[in-house]
Structure formats: C-alpha cells, structure tokens
Design a protein around this ligand. Structure first.
Ligand code: XMP
Ligand code: MG
Length: 175
C-alpha cells in the first residue's frame, strides 16, 4: 500500500488490536472500578484507540480531550511539543492519559507535567503501542498494549502526513 511517497505493509491486524484493547480494558476495569476517574485522550492519534477502549470500560468516568503535536520531520519525533491545554477539572481526581504511541516519551512527559499543575490525585498512562528502544526520557507507562521495534507505523489513528488514520489495521513503512 502507498501513502504519499512511501510504501507500507500490514504489521498489526485489526483483530490483534481489538484483543489488545480488551486486555487493557480488563486491567483498567480492575484498578479503577471503585474510583472516580478522568480519561484524558491525546488528539489526534489516540481518538480511535480511545473510542474502542472507553466502550470496554465498565465504570463511570469523565472524558477530556487534549491536543498535543510534536513538530518536526514527518516520520521522526522532534521533541518540540505543543500542547493545547483547556482548563481541565481534574483537581483531586485520578487521571488516566490515553495515548496512541509512546516513542521518545517527550510528548507524554510534557503532557504529564502540564496536567500535574492542575493538582490531580494521580496520573497514569495507557498506550496502544510502545517503541521502548526509542525512549529519550524515562516515563512510567502503566498499561502498554503492544511493544514494537523502532519502525514507523500508520493506521488505527496514526498518520503519515495526516493520511492513513482511518485504516482499521496498522501498517509499517517498508520503503
Ligand atoms: P514521542 O516521541 O513524543 O512521540 O513519544 C509521540 C508522538 O509521536 C508520533 N509518533 C508516530 N506517529 N507513527 C505515527 O504515525 C509512528 O510510528 C510514530 N511514532 C511516534 C505520535 O504522534 C505520538 O503521539
Ligand atoms: Mg502524527
């Protein structure tokens, strides 16, 4: 498959993604069923993962959206993170950040310190995908779906130059 000038092949199937999300939801349900939780979804990439995840959660929660953009080359993370932060009502509440992919960790580290200023009770993170070999900053991600090697991927919310987010499977770049 081609998107813009690059070629991609299938890497993680829609079925594998869905069973991963069910597993994550199971763990989150166990940990938060008796707590008041705010789910903070990081746009744009996490919108599809979050839509599936929240429908498998069996407790009541507040949902907030936050947009984070890391500027730079299209297939590498620049570490230059711009967060658009609304005035979030998370003081004294447990927060779970929902992210599509953790690469260098710089985006989530900025998001976490921005959210901490509002005085939440706790902040944890769930991500569908993690690339542990790419970390530049240590970040504690409590619920990780699938760990992958450092390859650029698209689909299921993830884009290459804003294309490919709608694909139900995840594809990896080949050339
Ligand atoms: P950092 O490096 O801050 O990166 O942890 C997180 C953000 O970088 C983007 N990213 C990707 N986007 N395919 C994508 O479509 C990838 O393989 C990829 N790796 C990192 C993504 O926006 C994420 O939120
Ligand atoms: Mg992107």
């Amino acid at each position: 498959m081609q998107i813009h000038d690059k070629n991609f092949e299938i890497f993680i199937t829609a079925d594998e993604i869905q069973s991963t999300i069910k597993k994550l939801a199971g763990l989150i349900n166990l940990d938060y069923s008796d707590k008041e939780l705010v789910l903070v979804i990081i746009l744009k990439g996490a919108f599809i993962f979050a839509a599936d995840l929240v429908r498998s959660l069996n407790f009541q929660s507040q949902i907030e959206l936050l947009s984070a953009k890391s500027y730079g080359k299209e297939i590498t993370s620049s570490g230059n993170v711009e967060i658009s932060l609304p005035n979030l009502n998370i003081k004294g509440k447990h927060v779970l950040i929902i992210e599509d992919i953790v690469d260098t960790g710089l985006t989530l580290s900025s998001v976490k310190s921005a959210l901490n200023k509002f005085g939440p009770l706790s902040i944890e993170i769930t991500t569908l995908i993690s690339k542990p070999a790419m970390r530049k900053i240590e970040i504690d991600v409590k619920y990780i779906g699938i760990e992958i090697p450092p390859v650029f991927i698209v689909g299921f919310g993830l884009d290459y130059a804003e294309h490919g987010r709608n694909l139900p499977d995840i594809y990896a770049i080949t050339s």
